[in-house]
Design a protein around this ligand. Sequence first.
Ligand code: FAD
Ligand code: DLZ
Ligand code: SF4
Length: 515
Amino acid sequence: MGEAPSVGTMVFILGDQLSHSISSLEVFDPDTDVILMCEVMDEATYVRHHKKKVAFIFSAMRHFAQELQDKGFRVRYVTIDDPRNTGSFDGELRRAIADLSPTRIRLTEPGEWRVLEIIDRCQSSLGTPIEVIDDSRFICSRSEFADWAAGRKDLVMEFFYREMRRKTGLLMQGDQPVGGRWNFDAENRKPARPDMFRAERCAIENDAITREVIELVGKLFPDNFGELHDFRFAVSSKDASLIADDFVDVHLAEFGATQDAMLSGDPILNHSLLSFYINVGLVDPLDVCRRAERAYFEGNAPLNAVEGFIRQIIGWREYMRGIYWLKMPEYGDANFFGNTRPLPDFYWTGMTDMNCVATVVGETRSNAYAHHIQRLMVTGNFALIAGVDPKQVHQWYLEVYADAYEWVEMPNVIGMSQFADGGIVGTKPYAASGNYISRMSDYCDGCGFNVKERTGPAACPFNHLYWDFLSRNRSLLAGNRRLARQYATWDRMDGAVRRDIVKTAARFLAALHGY
Ligand code: FAD
Ligand code: DLZ
Ligand code: SF4
C-alpha cells in the first residue's frame, strides 16, 4: 500500500459499505483517488458486540479491501492492531489527511445517526470538505420516505410496501399484484414439526484472512458475549452470493410455510441467513429479490414464499430504515410504558428454566443469529411482558446479533418488539402467552414450567406475565381496538383467578434473577 504525497478524492468506506457499486465509488478515479478503510476500537466497542459479529465485519472488510486492490485501486487499510491506529473514525480521517493531503473526502451516508454525527463534527473540524452522498443500496431514500410519511396519520408498513412493489415492479402485473393479493402471510403460519423439510446449508470454509481475524478477535475481545468457534460466515460477495443462490434454489420454496416455526436443535429452518450480508453490502437486496421473483415465475417456489420473502426486504427492511431516520434521535429514548426493570442476567447466561428463552439465548451465543420469531416472540415478548427497560433491550439486541446495526435493530426492538414508540411501527404490542410458543414450537416439551397453567410456581411465566402486562398497562392500551377481545376475556375471568394471576406474576418478577 505505497502512499504518494497528495491525492484527489479520498473515499471513506465504512464496515457496512462493502459493495463494489457503493455510491461513494461511482466516480472513483484510480489515477488520483484513494480509499480509506479502518478497523477502529471505537466502533468495535461502542457496544460489546458478539465476538462473531466483530470477526465477520473485520474479515469482510479485509476481503473487500483486497478486492479493491486487485482492481488496481489504491487503498489505505488500517488494521485494529496497527500501533499507529488512533482508534476512532475522526482520528483516522485526521491521520490520513495529514499523510495524503486529499483535496476532498467523499463517503456514502452512514447507516447510523451516531456515525453521521461524527462525520458532521469532522465537517467543521478537519478543514477538508466532506461530501456525503445517498446510499443507493436502499430502494427508498431517506427523503422519499419522509415524503411518503408526510401528512399521514398512521405509518402503516403494508401501504409503504405496496409503494415499493410499484416502484420496483416486483411481483407486479401492470399496476396490480401478481396473484391478485398484495400479501399472502395468512399461508405462512405453520407450526414446527420435527419432520418438516430442512435441507443442508451450503458450507463456507474459512481462509487464512478469516482465521487470522478470528484469532485476533479472540485475543482483543475475550470477554465479549458469544462463541467464536464454528465460524461459518461468508466474508466475500462471491461466497455470500453462493449462499443467496443456495437459499433461492433450495430453501425459498419452504420459506413461507415455516417462517414462524421454532424447533429445538434447528435455529435456521428455511430462513435465508442473508441479513448479515445484505446489511454490510455483500448481497444486493434488490438483486436477491429479483432472483426470488424469478424462482416464482419459473415455477420453483410458490407465491406465498416468494411474496413473503420479498416483503421482508422491500417492505419491512426499507420501512424500518425510513422510520429510524424519520424519528431519530428521540426514537432511542422512547418508553411508552415507562418500563424500568433491568434486563435479567439470563439474557447473557441462558441460565433459566424457561426452555424457550434458554434455547434462543444459547443459539444466539453460539451463532450470533436467531430468526425473526425467536427474536420477536421469545426474547422480545418476555422483555415486553416483564416490563424491561426498552433501552437495555435495545442494547442487548445491538450487541448479540451479527446483523445488528442501529438503523434496523432499533425500530425492530423499540418499535415492533417493545411497543416503546407507542404504536408507530406496530398497531398493537407483540405480547403473547405461552400458548403461542407452544403452538409454534416444540420448546414447551422440554420445559420446567407447565404451559397449560396460569397460576402457581409451575405456571408458564409467559401466561401470568401476559395477563399482568395487559392489566397493569390498561390505561395506556384500553383504547386500542385490536386489544378489545383480550380485555373482554380478562374482564370475564373470575376475580379470584385474576388476583391469583397478578400475585403469581408479582412473585415471579420479584425473584426474576433467580429463574
Ligand atoms: P429471513 O427470515 O430469511 O428474511 C429475509 C430478509 O428479510 C432478512 O435477511 C432481512 O434482510 C429482511 N427482514 C426480515 N424481517 C425484517 C425486519 N423486521 N426488519 C428488517 N429486515 C427484515 N434484522 C436485522 O437485519 N438486524 C437486526 O439487528 C434486527 N434486529 C431485530 C430485532 C428484533 C427484536 C426483531 C423482532 C427483528 C429484528 N430483525 C433484525 C429482523 C429479522 O429478525 C432479521 O432480519 C432476520 O431474522 C434475519 O435472518 P434471515 O436473514 O434468516 O431472515
Ligand atoms: C460494526 C462495526 C465494527 C464492529 N467495527 C467497524 C470498524 O472497525 N470499522 C468500520 O468502518 N466499521 C465498523 N463497524 C460498522 C460501523 O459501526 C458502521 O459503519 C456503522 O454502524 C454505521 O452503520
Ligand atoms: Fe417457554 Fe412457557 Fe413453553 Fe416453558 S412452558 S418453553 S416458559 S412458553
